[in-house]
Design a protein around this ligand. Structure first.
Ligand code: 4NP
Length: 151
């Protein structure tokens, strides 16, 4: 299984999601590919936001090996599942997806909200990093369970 998590800048939400996915799959001895990217280009090459690093560190996760990158065409062929943080990311991913790529695109929150209305809020300006961490922890654990049950 190859999963790409995507937000806008790839410095706040998706680095936390990448860290949580990697922790969960390591605990289950799965050799899946996990990566993250942003739809925007502003932060390419940068470390995750200090506040994402801190909230992960408080929970025993080190995400300082990550560097921001922008989504590219090959991602749509090289991953099985692309998970967006919010509706805007999801819309942009559908717009960027090449017609012949059969990767599945959905929101990470769809796993705990089948109605499809919930999003992971952008914490860049309002600092809601704890809320983001808690939502991602819940959604990612459910996502992994669902995938493993359906395999
Ligand atoms: P992210 O948060 O999409 O969770 O990485 C943001 C990071 C940077 C910006 C917006 C959102 N920005 O406008 O630079």
């Amino acid at each position: 299984m190859r999963i790409l998590v995507v937000c806008l800048g790839n410095i706040c939400r998706s680095p936390i999601a990448e860290g949580l996915f990697k922790k969960n799959i390591a605990e289950q001895n799965l050799s899946w590919t996990i990566d993250s990217a942003g739809t925007g280009s502003w932060h390419i090459g940068q470390l995750p936001d200090r506040r994402s690093i801190d909230i992960c560190k408080q929970n025993g996760l080190d995400i300082t090996n990550q560097r921001a990158r922008q989504i590219r065409q090959s991602d749509f062929y090289n991953f099985d599942l692309i998970l967006a943080m919010d509706h805007s990311n999801e819309k942009n991913l559908h717009r960027l997806k090449p017609a012949d790529a059969d990767v599945e695109i959905k929101k990470v929150m769809d796993y705990i909200d089948p109605q499809g209305t919930l999003e992971v809020p952008d914490p860049y300006y309002d600092g809601r990093f704890q809320e983001v961490y808690d939502l991602l922890e819940k959604a990612i654990s459910k996502c992994l369970n669902d995938i493993l049950v359906n395999q």
